[in-house]
Design a protein around this ligand. Structure first.
Ligand SMILES: [Zn+2]
Length: 167
């Protein structure tokens, strides 16, 4: 990993911190293991804020597109990433386990050296579909299957025709 972006999370929130930039996909090694192609880049924005209950949060916004492997035809499949997440910053482990019980919130433990790029990469990986597939009309396999079905539909008639000829 060439770039590192480390923040003190609570300090970042208190100062209404804002980070934005772009990351070449090749720099996100773990993410790349899910991708067909590693060219291109993603843009990100990380903002430190307090939510309506005055709890410290990190707001993440990640945009770009990646190429996944369609699990049906195994061909390349473009996938847009438009991620918007809010992560509550737990001040300690007790608070974190309390937040974790709430299915409506995502939380991480506050840290004085949080690696932002690792966090971004984790969020992207979590957001990827478990079994990515093209929509039917775009899937290479459904085109192949249709051609195959057309071929087999003709087949009985060919068989019938050849039977007829023998009689
Ligand atoms: Zn497909």
């Amino acid at each position: 990993m060439s770039d590192q972006l480390v923040i003190d999370t609570l300090h970042f929130v208190r100062n209404s911190g804002l980070l934005q930039g772009s990351i070449p996909l090749v720099n996100l090694e773990r993410l790349c293991s899910y991708l067909v192609s590693t060219s291109g880049e993603l843009t990100y924005l990380v903002a430190g804020q307090f939510d309506e209950y005055n709890r410290p949060i990190l707001k993440l916004s990640i945009n770009g597109s990646v190429d996944l492997n369609c699990q049906r035809c195994l061909e390349k499949m473009g996938y847009s990433l438009n991620l918007e997440t809010e992560l509550l910053l737990a001040r300690n482990e007790d608070e974190l386990s309390r937040y974790d019980e709430d299915i409506f919130v995502d939380a991480i433990q506050a840290s004085n050296e949080l690696d932002v790029l690792t966090l971004i990469e984790d969020e992207i990986i979590l957001s990827l579909p478990i079994s990515p597939r093209h929509q039917d009309v775009k899937c290479h396999l459904s085109i192949v299957t249709e051609a195959h079905m057309a071929a087999t539909r003709e087949h009985p008639f060919t068989v019938l025709a050849s039977l007829k000829r023998t009689h």
